[in-house]
Design a protein around this ligand. Structure first.
Ligand SMILES: NC(=O)c1ccc[n+]([C@@H]2O[C@H](COP(=O)([O-])OP(=O)(O)OC[C@H]3O[C@@H](n4cnc5c(N)ncnc54)[C@H](OP(=O)(O)O)[C@@H]3O)[C@@H](O)[C@H]2O)c1
Length: 267
């Protein structure tokens, strides 16, 4: 049984995945921003026979991401699986560091978290990125635009760009760290609070438990452990958009993400 660090465990898909992973006997490091929600979750997981601990992190602040990773690395333990799950959808504004909120939280914070947890990711460790089929709507990344505030009505556009960034990140990480097992997943259309409140009643989505199933499977099953750089839904590989398969764009995103995160790197 291993140590699984998951972001966004306090709601929706992440919360369901945290329960599934704990019930399989893994130790869950629950990385979230809300101390009260984290405390309740960790209590629930431990009270139902699991093993869990909280890790406080605000993914809208790169300094907070760096501090949380340093706190974990200082414990001297390894991360067997990192689940980059947290996300924001139709939101406006910027992160603390001035990035469009979807790009900053969904992509850049997870880029930095993965890099800063590097010393704890040993050969064979897995990195699972929760992405989305919404990435098909993004035809590229406007690197100027992602450093500007998101507007609510453009939230879907910025969300799609951030999910494209997730997939490019997975491709490039798999190329750079062949010793790791790196996969992206699409959980399906899941009824969670990430969907705008006014569309939620009209959507026939699946439950968070059903959505989390592919996350738990990719994090723990034998089959995804045999390959790297995949994109999965319902335990099957699925198609990336042409843009998400562009190695030049993946490298440019990596280079820019490194530059943006450089002031927050500790090693
Ligand atoms: N729902 C779908 O149909 C769907 C489809 C495809 C992909 N996805 C992906 O699935 C993932 C999980 O989304 P969900 O549907 O489960 O949404 P959700 O219920 O809204 O959960 C989002 C999680 O992210 C956390 N979060 C948001 N901003 C944060 C921040 N600044 N710092 C730390 N944590 C933060 C939230 O924390 P709080 O509890 O504190 O708010 C929450 O735990 C996302 O990556 C999303 O893109 C969802």
């Amino acid at each position: 049984m291993g140590t699984i660090l998951i972001t966004g465990p306090t709601s929706g898909i992440g919360r369901a995945a945290a329960h599934q992973l704990a019930s399989l006997g893994h130790h869950v490091v629950a990385a979230g921003r809300n101390p009260a929600k984290l405390k309740r979750l960790v209590y629930e997981l431990n009270a139902t026979g699991g093993s869990a601990e909280p890790l406080l992190v605000d993914l809208a602040s790169l300094a907070s991401v760096s501090a949380a990773a340093a706190q974990f690395v200082a414990s001297g333990r390894n991360v067997d699986v990192l689940v980059n799950n947290a996300g924001v959808g139709m939101a406006s504004g910027t992160t603390v560091d001035g990035f469009a909120v979807q790009f900053g939280v969904n992509h850049l914070a997870h880029f930095l978290l993965t890099a800063e947890l590097g010393p704890a990711l040993r050969p064979g460790s897995r990195v699972i990125q929760v992405a989305s089929q919404m990435h098909h709507r993004a035809s590229g990344i406007d690197f100027h635009r992602v450093t500007r505030p998101a507007r609510t009505l453009k939230g879907v556009e910025q969300y799609s760009v951030s999910k494209l960034a997730n997939l490019l990140f997975v491709a490039e990480l798999a190329r750079r760290r062949p010793d790791l097992v790196v996969h992206a997943v699409h959980p399906g259309l899941v009824k969670t609070s990430i969907l705008p409140w006014f569309v939620r009643p009209f959507i026939r989505g699946i439950t968070p438990e059903e959505g989390a199933e592919v996350v738990t499977w990719c994090a723990t099953a034998a089959e995804p452990g045999e390959t790297t750089g995949g994109y999965w839904a319902r335990r099957r590989p699925i198609e990336l958009s042409e843009t998400a398969r562009d190695p030049v764009l993946a490298q440019e995103l990596w280079r820019r993400s490194e530059e943006w995160c450089a002031p927050f790197r500790t090693h």
